[in-house]
Design a protein around this ligand. Structure first.
Ligand SMILES: Nc1ncnc2c1ncn2[C@@H]1O[C@H](COP(=O)(O)OP(=O)(O)OP(=O)(O)O)[C@@H](O)[C@H]1O
Ligand SMILES: [Mg+2]
Length: 368
């Protein structure tokens, strides 16, 4: 076969293979775009688990009419302009390909209005060349992205979709994780026209606590140890399941500069700190690490849910120490007796998410 350039749609569909695994991946990319655009309110409407419709509406800064076509093209982004930018990423997006990928495997329309424009415009890409049509529309400031018939033209991928209920659960679970980290944002999630979740913005400590309880359960929120630690440019904040709370939970959420990531390092540090007190089960946690973006490489995985620390041993030891000191400050260390209870018989707080990374201490030691 002769070597030929791929038509844009096919190139985008190949890229979509890595990024758009299922409806929840589309929701992730679109909500992250809304947050990058400074939205304070994000509405997510899902029909049939997302295979029929995913609609994200935000009140962010919007996209100017003459940039709509670019927004739908591959390798087009407002977030990175140079290698220096790429080495100091604080936005969720930086690859400039999510919209192009999603629109190559669905019928996507993008409607947007900026504060400067008096009217809104709508764009959609068609055909193998993905030419973009732009037409006038009605929309307040912000953007709405509508993704209809996901994978209609990639039947192999469509066949991998699970039931509507399962796909919706993946969306709901992902939204929980982002809603904890961004308690300042109002999120509303509907499924088949019915409001399923409403996360109101939390502006006070009590409201933040309420959001934590809404997502991780009352027991977790009431008993969790709060973590707040800063040292030499690293800061760790969040919550750690109390050693006195022996209910099994799948709450193990770790964020690096606001990005939800999978990382064995934090699991290992948490487990090690608990093991020092004779507890061998894995406690739940919601931990947010902030550090100089130059110290972490976010360009590691196409779906952007892995990072690489320049000094992973140092980061590990910092997290370990933060957790050790939270444990030491507990008023009574009565938990070692309780940990001998029959933990395995207790129901988890919520369905186990198969995306949660399992700890693998031996492999981690090699990595560090
Ligand atoms: N909801 C939105 N509000 C405002 N601008 C948006 C929105 N969604 C996308 N954009 C603009 O469109 C561009 C392309 O979005 P896209 O998601 O494809 O790429 P990205 O976010 O830059 O990088 P990545 O592929 O890593 O997500 C963005 O850089 C941004 O300028
Ligand atoms: Mg993006």
């Amino acid at each position: 076969m002769a070597i030929e350039l791929l038509p844009p749609q096919l190139a985008n569909q190949i890229a979509a293979g890595e990024v758009v695994e299922r409806p929840a991946s589309v929701v992730k990319e679109l909500v992250e775009n809304s947050l990058d655009a400074g939205a304070t309110r994000v509405e997510i409407d899902i029909d049939k688990g997302g295979s029929k419709l995913i609609r994200i509406r935000d009140n962010g800064m919007g996209i100017a009419k003459d940039e709509l076509a670019l927004a739908l093209s591959r390798h087009a982004t407002s977030k990175v302009h140079s290698l220096d930018d790429l080495e100091a990423i604080l936005s969720f997006g930086f690859r400039g390909e999510a919209l192009a990928s999603i629109s190559s495997v669905s019928r996507l329309t993008l409607t947007s209005k900026t504060a400067e424009q008096s009217e809104a415009w709508q764009a959609y890409a068609e055909g193998s060349q993905m030419d973009v049509k732009v037409t006038p529309a009605a929309h307040p400031q912000g953007s709405t992205i509508e993704v209809v018939d996901l994978f209609f033209n990639t039947p192999a991928r469509r066949r991998f979709l699970k039931s509507d209920k399962t796909e919706f659960t993946h969306i709901d679970e992902w939204l929980k994780r982002i809603a904890i980290a961004r308690s300042d944002i109002h999120f509303a999630l509907t499924h088949n026209g019915k409001l399923v979740r409403q996360y109101r913005p939390a502006n006070t400590d009590i409201q933040t606590q309420q959001r934590l309880a809404q997502i991780c359960g009352r027991a977790f929120a009431e008993q969790a140890l709060s973590i707040n630690c800063e040292h030499d440019g690293l800061s760790l904040s969040g919550y750690l399941q109390s050693p006195n709370d022996i209910v099994l939970t799948d709450t193990s959420f770790f964020y690096v500069n606001g990005r939800l990531v999978r990382d064995r390092l934090v699991n290992h540090a948490v487990k090690q700190a608990f093991a020092e007190h004779g507890i061998d089960h894995q406690p739940g946690y919601v931990l947010m690490l902030m550090l100089d973006p130059h110290q972490v490489d976010v360009n590691v995985h196409p779906a952007k849910h892995e990072v690489r620390f320049h000094q992973s041993r140092y980061v590990h030891d910092f997290i370990l120490q933060a957790i050790q000191s939270a444990l030491v400050q507990m008023p009574e260390l009565s938990f070692s007796e309780q940990s001998e209870g029959n933990v395995g018989d207790v129901e988890p707080h919520s369905p186990v998410d198969n995306n949660v990374q399992q700890d693998d201490s031996a492999a981690l030691k090699n990595d560090l």
